[in-house]
Design a protein around this ligand. Structure first.
Ligand code: PEP
Ligand code: MN
Length: 345
């Protein structure tokens, strides 16, 4: 059987509502998806993991029945939904779903991943694994490995951002370095981006989608609803079908091709600067280490909040005068300071 999730020059595009709400809503979305051959699969949440109790938790099995009905009108359309328990997988098989995804609140838990992998053993469902809510690339790799181990080959990873101390104005901090590392560790695994759950606001979806393609992602999963304001879940981030068409029209798909000479030269310069940065950091850490010894000798605490505040203020001011983003300077300073403290322990 052909794989659903494969790397090609054309991005894999999955679109559909956060939640399946009623047959009419699903029909409206399916009708627009069917007209756009750039979209390869429709998504719709059937069971919704809610952060707080009391909200809409998905329609469950009746939604799978509505999807089966849709297949009569759109026999070649593919459908996927989220699964979080072995019973969900059994129902997806019973209703012939094409693919499932494992959400961020599930991929974070190795016990649950183990149970889901067992339930998927021997099935031909395609499976997508969203990054765990915590920025831990090993946990994400581990979740994929558990599925590989039970023979699932039609697999992909989905980057949906991370819950961090400072989400930088996004619903979930993209921390692009994590999906880049995931791609480096598993180069053959298609990597999709979910700009809807990263941005959390419809106006951010297009720019995040382009960013993902520029970073060599293999596809996108985008939430789309006929009337986002009335959506029962994630109403701020869903876009209308017409907005999805505009977004897909606007995407620039970059070419691999040969590297122009000018770019090669600039890259050599970047590599040189990267080396210098590491050399400077190494010098800085050696000095921190020496200061650590002095602190110990004089029975002083390692962490001194006033000194840290001064360093941070100075760095932010310098960063501003150099045209650097304040969040970036703050995060970088926190990282360097954290490593200095570790050196002094
Ligand atoms: C979803 O895709 O609707 C969802 C709940 O996703 P996540 O696991 O990324 O929060
Ligand atoms: Mn959602």
């Amino acid at each position: 059987m052909d794989r659903i999730l494969t790397i090609s020059t054309k991005p894999i595009v999955i679109a559909g509502p956060c939640s399946a709400e009623n047959p009419m809503q699903l029909q409206q979305i399916a009708a627009s998806i069917a007209k756009d051959d750039r979209i390869s699969m429709m998504r719709c949440g059937v069971w919704k993991p809610r952060t707080r109790p009391g909200g809409f938790e998905g329609m469950g099995e009746p939604a799978l029945r509505w999807i089966s009905d849709l297949r009569k009108t759109y026999p070649t359309m593919r459908f996927c939904c989220e699964v979080a328990r072995p019973e969900h997988i059994e129902l997806c098989l019973q209703y012939s779903m094409d693919a499932v995804w494992i959400g961020a609140r599930t991929s974070v838990n190795p016990f649950l991943m183990g149970e889901l992998a067992e339930a998927l053993r021997g099935t031909n469902l395609a499976v997508m694994v969203k990054n765990p809510i915590t920025p831990d690339v090993d946990l994400w790799v581990g979740a994929v490995e558990r599925l590989h181990a039970v023979g699932i080959e039609d697999l992909a990873a989905i980057h949906r951002g991370f819950a961090t101390y400072n989400n930088l104005g996004y619903r979930n901090n993209p921390l692009w370095e994590i999906p880049i590392e995931m791609k480096r560790r598993m180069p053959k695994l298609p990597l999709l981006c979910d700009p809807s759950h990263i941005g959390g606001r419809s106006e951010l979806v297009a720019q995040l989608s382009q960013m993902a393609l520029d970073l060599h992602f293999d596809g996108l999963m985008i939430e789309c609803h006929p009337s986002p304001d009335d959506a029962l879940t994630d109403s701020l981030q869903q876009i209308r079908p017409s907005e999805l068409t505009t977004l897909l029209d606007s995407l620039k798909i970059r070419q691999q091709g040969t590297t122009p000479g000018e770019m090669r030269r600039l890259r050599e310069e970047l590599d040189m600067i990267d080396t210098q940065l590491l050399e400077l950091l190494s010098r800085r850490m050696k000095i921190s280490f020496a200061i650590g010894n002095i602190k110990r000798k004089h029975n002083m605490p390692i962490f001194q909040p006033e000194r840290w505040q001064q360093v941070l203020d100075k760095q932010l001011e310098k960063g501003r005068s150099l045209g650097l983003d304040a969040n970036f300077v703050k995060e970088l300073s926190e990282k360097i300071h954290g490593e200095s403290l570790r050196q002094q322990e």
